[in-house]
Design a protein around this ligand. Structure first.
Ligand SMILES: [Zn+2]
Length: 280
């Protein structure tokens, strides 16, 4: 599933090719994409408008069109956007036809991706406010902010990091990598983390996401760049998908277990497993 760095990689590729163009036509082949709004209604709202900005918030892409019309795209499990792909592109659900003759296709084998319309900046802000917490690469993601969120959470830290209403954009890969870097076990209860650990975690989340962006994201599953080239962050993973391999820090064995319902990787020597307290 694309996480913040993969979505940001797509945004950076597409923004120069889309911004300033007119969205001449929006062809929605799969009505499920825009549910509950009918495809014709979405198309009528956006067609003929200038694309002012291709933005990102968490794992959402935001197509900001002239007149405060916004289209929020979520790629979900297997969605990707391809710029002028070969004519035999598969799993096409939506086509964005630009005024300069080029086109961007949304391809999505598992069909979980969504496109949602917001009319007016306020509606857009409300949409994101209801779904997303702090932007981890923004100025608001401070240690104080993280401490305030963490103090109230009884969830294990891995589940906390995956909760998009707390921190927006972190998924399974980047959560594992950030926890390893900050030497925190994924099952550790969030509210028990010390101030110093939260500081390390904040820095690790930012560093991991930035490194992911620098490498063009990770290519696992179906993620592809708009030009079909692959990201390389999967070659930089310290723990994720490395079960049985030696920890780069201590030489211990990387183990896999389930946390927050997801396959999770850690070095339990560097990231001590929390003790289970038994009631007498
Ligand atoms: Zn280790």
């Amino acid at each position: 599933m694309p996480e913040l760095p993969e979505v940001e990689t797509i945004r950076r590729h597409l923004a120069p090719m889309m911004e300033g163009r007119e969205l001449a036509r929006l062809r929605i082949d799969d009505a499920r994409w825009s549910v509950p709004i009918a495809p014709e209604e979405v198309a009528a709202a956006v067609e003929g408008r200038r694309i002012e900005r291709l933005g990102r918030r968490g794992k959402y892409l935001e197509l900001a069109l002239k007149g405060e019309v916004h289209l929020m795209l979520h790629l979900r499990m297997t969605g990707t956007l391809l710029y002028d792909p070969e004519p035999d592109a598969r799993y096409v659900r939506v086509a964005f036809e630009l005024s300069d003759g080029h086109r961007v296709l949304f391809c999505d084998p598992r069909r979980f991706g969504t496109g949602e319309l917001a009319l007016g900046d306020e509606a857009r802000d409300a949409f994101f406010a209801a779904r997303l917490g702090v932007e981890p690469l923004g100025d608001e993601f401070t240690v104080d902010h993280l401490r305030t969120l963490a103090r109230r959470s009884r969830a294990p830290i891995k589940a906390f990091l995956l909760d998009q209403t707390k921190i927006a954009g972190v998924g399974n890969i980047y959560a594992d990598e950030a926890l390893f870097r900050s030497r925190i076990h994924p099952l550790r209860r969030t509210s028990t983390l010390k101030a110093g650990q939260l500081e390390e975690l904040r820095d690790a989340v930012v560093a991991t996401l930035e490194k992911g962006i620098d490498h063009g994201g990770s290519t696992i599953d179906d993620f592809r760049h708009p030009d079909g080239i692959s990201g390389s962050f999967q070659n930089e993973f310290l723990v994720h998908t490395r079960r049985g391999e030696a920890c780069v820090r201590c030489g211990g064995e990387i183990v896999k277990f389930v946390a927050a319902g997801r396959g999770t990787y850690a070095c339990e020597r560097c990231q001590p497993r929390p003790r289970v307290r038994r009631h007498a």
